[in-house]
Design a protein around this ligand. Structure first.
Ligand code: G6P
Ligand code: MG
Length: 215
């Protein structure tokens, strides 16, 4: 049975998508095109640089040199950090603290497994750090989701085998990564975006259903 729980961060434990969107929208505006909330769906779970590439595709902006791409990523991130440095506990998604606390009490080891390079600042603001036995974020992985690296590293950090791990993910790229890693994948959110998930639930507020997986 499952002994390890791996949680994505953005969209699973904290509602940061709106801040990512606001920063990307602002960048697109500066470049002279519109970036809609629907376009933004494609960026969920995707690394910062890959997100920029998708955004530029939407705006039909081509052939920027790599130092300009780096600069645009830095601009986006500095706005994003401005937004998230003001987040507080109210933005923790419902059920997170309860579910993680109960899992721990049942002896389940817990890791954060996120593409974000901003996990430290977010976990500190939200005072969630103590709930995790290991934190693997974008600073520690080379290959972004849908590559399984982040989940494999998280399992290793906890001392577990992939087939003992359950992944909680709101992004299609993350579900793909979890399945490639050989793990059980729980989709968080809407069924239609999460094809391939072993099970889909609206959120971590489904505490009983989640605990049952570990029985
Ligand atoms: C998560 C989010 C993405 C974001 C990525 C990198 O996967 O869902 O929208 O682009 O992390 O985050 P960062 O905070 O490093 O820009
Ligand atoms: Mg996510």
């Amino acid at each position: 049975s499952y002994r390890y729980a791996l949680f994505d961060m953005d969209g699973v434990i904290v509602d940061t998508a709106k801040y990512h969107y606001e920063a990307w929208r602002r960048l697109a505006e500066g470049l002279g095109f519109e970036f809609t909330m629907a376009d933004n769906e494609r960026l969920k779970g995707v690394s910062r640089m890959r997100s920029l590439e998708i955004l530029l595709e939407v705006g039909n902006v081509k052939n920027l040199p790599s130092d300009r791409l780096e600069e645009l990523c830095r601009m986006k991130n500095s706005w994003y950090i401005d937004y998230i440095s003001k987040v507080d506990k109210r933005e923790i998604l419902k059920g997170t603290v309860e579910t993680l606390t109960l899992l721990r009490r049942n002896g389940i080891k817990i890791a954060l497994a996120t593409a974000s390079k901003n996990s430290q600042i977010i976990l500190e603001r939200l005072e969630l750090k103590d709930l995790f036995d290991a934190i693997i974020d974008g600073n520690l992985v080379e290959r972004p989701k849908p590559d399984p690296e982040v989940f494999l590293k998280a399992a290793e950090a906890l001392g577990g085998n992939p087939d003992e791990c359950v992944v909680f993910e709101d992004a299609y790229a993350g579900i793909e990564a979890a399945k490639k890693a050989g793990m059980y994948a729980v989709g968080i959110g809407d069924n239609s975006n999460l094809i391939g998930a072993d099970m889909v639930i609206p959120g971590l507020c489904e505490t009983d259903q989640i605990l049952q997986l570990f029985n």
